[in-house]
Ligand binder design. Structure first.
Ligand code: DC
Length: 245
């Protein structure tokens, strides 16, 4: 009997650092990294380009029918989303696209339509699948499930550093940090309470605290955890539900 590929899921809230962690872990393992957010963002870009209302389900579904969203491997462990065969690049991360993505991804019909693309991608390769519902909905039988957490004030500080670099500790950006922290708390509440695929840790997921350690330390800990488990299925692991800090 041929062994099926290994699947590792990494879920977490906004700005938890899950994207950077997932990319590095995939590289370290020689697996492919799947960003499910990029798939939802491709739809967000289609909606934004067409001027449609992301809450208008029939129009959103028509856009999905009339266009193609695909995935290709990129480099050793990366992957890219293609929209009608072309790489949309950084356009996926424009604020207007993020907004259309956040609204359109809440439709259950949209999620159902985009499910096979995620489940069937790169069948020959080990997979590190990153998103909000990878361990709960898309890959419920994954070999190892991680859920990344980081304190809201740490996530706000990291976001601030991305915006302001070294000056981010200055007094004049203190109120901005508070504002970002409030937005993060509000987004957490919305993401984790939504009716379809809320962002919650899957049963048996390993909770990874990304507040205090460096990115390299967190990824190394996760890498060793995965290596220690070898190929034993997650269901038989005595490390289920454990906290990895
Ligand atoms: O992870 P990200 O920031 O690229 O996600 C973009 C948007 O897509 C965000 O609004 C949440 C949504 N998303 C989702 O609903 N389900 C996923 N598995 C991944 C992302």
């Amino acid at each position: 009997m041929t062994k099926r590929r290994v699947i590792i899921t990494i879920d977490g809230l906004a700005a938890s650092g899950k994207s950077a962690i997932s990319k590095l872990l995939a590289e370290r393992l020689g697996y492919v990294h799947l960003s499910s957010g990029a798939i939802y963002r491709a739809l967000g870009l289609l909606i934004y380009r067409s001027g449609a209302d992301p809450a208008d389900l029939p129009t959103v579904m028509r856009l999905l029918e009339e266009n193609t969203i695909g995935l290709v491997e990129h480099g050793r462990s990366g992957s890219k989303v293609l929209l009608n065969g072309a790489d949309p690049g950084e356009q996926l991360y424009e604020p207007e696209v993020s907004n259309a993505t956040s609204i359109s991804s809440a439709h259950p019909e949209v999620r159902a339509k985009l499910l096979p693309l995620q489940q069937e991608c790169f069948p020959e390769r080990g997979l590190v699948a990153e998103g909000r519902d990878m361990g709960t909905v898309v890959f419920p039988d994954a070999d190892i499930k991680f859920f990344i957490q980081a304190a809201a004030d740490i996530r706000a500080q990291r976001r601030l550093s991305q915006l302001y670099g070294q000056n981010s500790a200055a007094q004049d950006v203190k109120s901005l940090k508070e504002k970002i922290e409030m937005e993060i708390n509000e987004r957490d509440r919305r993401d984790s309470k939504r009716a379809v695929s809320p962002t919650v840790a899957a049963e048996g997921a390993i909770i990874v605290d990304n507040s205090a350690k460096t990115l390299t330390e967190v990824v190394e800990n996760m890498y060793h955890f995965v290596s220690d488990l070898g190929s034993s299925p997650i269901g038989n692991s005595d490390k289920e539900g454990k906290k990895l800090v």
